[in-house]
Design a protein around this ligand. Sequence first.
Ligand code: TNX
Length: 514
Amino acid sequence: MRIFIILLFLIIFSSSYANSSTQLAEVAIIPKPFSVVSGKGSFALTDKSKICAVSHNIEVNKIGSLLRNKLRPATGFMLPLIETADQKGTGNIYLVLSQSSISALGDEGYQLTITPDRIEVLANKSAGLFNGIQTLRQLFSDKIEALTHQSDSWIIPAGVIRDFPEYAYRGFMLDVARHFFSVADVKHYIDLASMYKMNVFHIHLSDDQGWRIEIKKWPELTATGSKSQVGGGKAGFYTQEQFRDIVQYAASRNITVIPEIDLPGHTTAMLASYAQLNCDNKARDLYTGTEVGFSTVCTSKESTYSFIEDVLKEISAMTPGAYLHIGGDESHVTKIEDYIPFVNRMQVIVAKLGKHVIGWDEIALSDLKPNSFVQYWGKAENAVLGVQKGAKVIMSPAMYAYLDMKYDSLTTFGLNWAGYLDVQKSYDWIPESIVPGIKRENILGVEAPIWTESISTMKNIEYMAFPRIIGIAEVGWCSSSRRTWSEYKLRLAKQGDRLKVLGVNYYPSKQIAW
Ligand code: TNX
């Protein structure tokens, strides 16, 4: 009997000890926060907890309801969202927007304070609050991501997290031209990327194989140009209403949409839709193959420019972000003496629309305007030329950041022209030391593109993107001096179960002890 009582004591003692021994600083968070200081005790979310928007502000309310919608299904708690100036209650989550808080937090940073009594997320801007609640999600057990009620306790160790990003631009790109993806798929991908604080969604809307966005003034672009994709099959396009819906969905997750119309090459779908875009006035056939570099719009016709201006005007009106991506890559059949003035004119058109140009690294050959950005993907000398001309660079080196590259020779889809890209390689690179001549101050940020010549379903996008996109999110968020692969891989291992609860079809790389 005595032994039984001792055992019972031991069990009770050790389980409560296990709980209180989990320190905040030991919780695996990705991307790695700037600083985490453990406190005493822990906070428990209960059926009495409320989400309190302390600042009287519509943005704060929106973030509050986003948080509530995330926490409700698994906990089964109501978590009412209330507006209040009073922060005295216990058991609640307070969202506080305060310009005068901590200047080091900048536009996207936050401070998350957890005590046994309450949680406070404090930020200068709503973007910071959004990032703060993404961290908060990761502090709860993995089951918090479930869409059905889970019996678990929702306890978080106390402490303070102060966090802000290294790079202002942390992007991911989806090619919806080679294969079309539905609005629901696109939103799903945006939602997953936003968990890791990515803040730019670059959508590749046109290519040889398809045109994916409704343009009211030039309806054949979709009537004809949207009807193809790689290998044939049912393709499609987004109506303007659907596109605005995507933009808004992304915005509510602190993500700016950057639309890309690839020019002057990668344009067969346009050239099939309108004969006059061709120098010989003959419409091209729709294209379902995977070659690149064989098409160009006619750069010597004035009408080409007014056409493009019409298109970019409608797209610009649908996207509140500051950038339009004009492609510019692999225009192998546009003579260089035509290519340079063409890209120069694109910059004039885009400036007229009040936006800045982003283009693939080849656009560095043109006369770059101040505030044009060069996206480095293949040719380092182009990117360096861009820097010499005063442009900032977005780092998307294909050999580290192209999520359509196969993991290894066994990956059944994807490409390998830039080599195999395993999980370690996609994490273990430093944006500011990859190209001699491109320094920290020349870099706007990083972007992980996914091209879809060989990828046609969202499950396969998930497989290629996860877990590599998580690592690239950290490359963009966390300065290189504060991160190492050996430490990161332990944190990544703990994301596996979370991704499982979310139903994400991630690649279970052997480099990670899941
Ligand atoms: C190169 S990256 C391309 C794309 C292809 C991709 C495949 C770039 C600017 N151009 O057209 O889809 O490789 O990985």
